[in-house]
Ligand binder design. Structure first.
Ligand code: ADP
Length: 397
């Protein structure tokens, strides 16, 4: 049985599960009265429900709670079976509030008493609005998931490109560097001064490009070879860094104060690289006084917050994010040597391990580089007391 209205109101296609034709008529009339242009299919058995849901798409289902051969709530199971999200409202003569609540828990969106059909239009409007919002949310989530997937793929392509380019360019560049160096050695002073200068530029350019490619390769290697993280004691990683930097530390009379640090789950080589880049920068971008670096970590809920705090030249607030981008730096190479890759590597290492990195700083007032690592290991900071390392005691290490 199909009922139609010719008004230009909002169209509403309803599946009515009802065995009482007069009740069906009243419900349809109520909806038309409420401003809907209703088309309805009226059914009363499980097979009919299944058949109609298989063929048509409905805006809403109005189901009597109990019919001679069917329970309105069984339609919820049929909807699930068919993977449909059509809202179902129970329209019933008698329903105690406990049963009503139970029905809503099981998947009916609402219920209306037949002796209070004035609520029907409101319930249907609400159900339609909820469905619209749910669909919009699902669509937005789907789009987001698609974008994330696309971004991950394009990131992966870019990384692959950077890796292949930096790796494959090394060989021909090695040749250019070797031969320009040979030219410089063999012909210095034998041509004119302009030729010497040009050869000098070529050697310098090739050497610089080699350094850039090496850094780029180091950057694109992070996260490539699926290194399995192992427990790394940050205290021993720092000790390794200090041994690597021993000559610079002594040369600049650096004081390193290290609070007890935790064991984290990561790749040891990357942890050393992370600390070394940050401590190396703290010394490179030193101020007028002898460099002092304070290293600490504290647990904040699910993560460790590390801090590498120096008394160097500091960073203006407008550059705090820029400096973490690859090849970006704030100084010329004449002022401070470097390629602008160190912090990009730090960021990649930290993010690859599920953390974040940032800097708190003011120009001229030192920098506090901070980063987080997930506290996956239930350990406390390894060493019991702070320890200080100065140029003197480094010598004996
Ligand atoms: P590089 O050291 O090769 O320049 P980085 O990526 O390590 O590259 O650093 C980028 C820029 O961030 C540096 O050029 C410098 O301007 C700034 N910077 C990094 N660390 C510090 C620091 N500890 N103090 C002041 N400035 C810093």
């Amino acid at each position: 049985m199909t009922h139609k209205s010719r008004t230009s109101n909002k169209r509403l296609h309803v599946l009515l599960i009802e065995d009482e034709p007069s009740d069906a008529e009243i419900e349809i009339a109520e909806l038309r009265h409420g401003g809907f242009d209703v088309t309805a299919d009226v059914v009363e058995t499980g097979d009919q429900v299944r058949g109609r849901l298989g063929k048509n798409s409905y805006d809403v289902i109005l189901a009597d709670y109990s019919l001679p051969n069917f329970r309105g709530m069984d339609a919820v199971d049929i909807l699930r079976e068919k993977n449909l999200n059509t809202p179902l409202i129970l329209v019933t003569g008698a329903l105690n509030s406990e049963t009503a609540v139970e029905c809503v828990k099981q998947g009916a969106v609402d219920y209306v008493m037949k002796d209070n059909l004035a609520r029907l239009v409101l319930c249907v409007r609400r159900a339609l609005e909820d469905t619209r919002l749910r669909q919009e949310r699902a669509r937005a989530q789907e789009q987001l998931a698609h974008k994330v997937e696309e971004l991950a793929r394009s990131n992966c392509d870019l990384e692959q490109f950077a890796y292949v380019a930096s790796h494959d360019l090394q060989e021909p560049l090695r040749m250019v560097a070797a031969y320009t160096q040979l030219l410089a050695e063999r012909y210095r002073g034998k041509l004119d001064t302009t030729a010497d200068r040009y050869i000098g530029y070529a050697v310098e350019g090739a050497t610089r490009m080699q350094a850039l490619l090496e850094d780029l390769l180091a950057f694109s290697r992070i996260g490539r070879n699926g290194v399995t993280p192992t427990p790394v004691d940050s205290n021993t990683a720092i000790e390794e860094v200090l041994r690597n930097l021993a000559i610079t530390l002594k040369e600049h009379n650096v004081t390193i104060t290290c609070n007890p640090l935790p064991t984290i789950l990561a790749d040891r080589f990357q942890v050393v690289q992370l600390f070394q880049n940050l401590i190396g920068n703290a010394i490179k971008f030193r101020g007028r006084q002898a460099p002092s670096v304070i290293i600490s970590a504290e647990q904040h809920g699910e993560e460790w917050l590390f801090s590498i705090f120096d008394n160097g030249i500091g960073i203006a607030s407008e550059h705090k994010e820029f400096i973490f981008k690859i090849f970006q730096r704030l100084h010329t190479r004449a002022e401070y040597p470097g390629n602008g890759v160190g912090l990009a590597i730090c960021k990649k290492i930290v993010e690859h391990n599920g953390g974040r990195i940032w800097v708190d700083s003011e120009l001229g007032r030192g920098s506090n580089f901070r980063f987080t690592f997930p506290a996956v290991l239930a350990d406390k900071a390894g060493k019991k007391e702070d320890y200080e390392l100065s140029a003197e005691n480094l010598v004996s290490r």
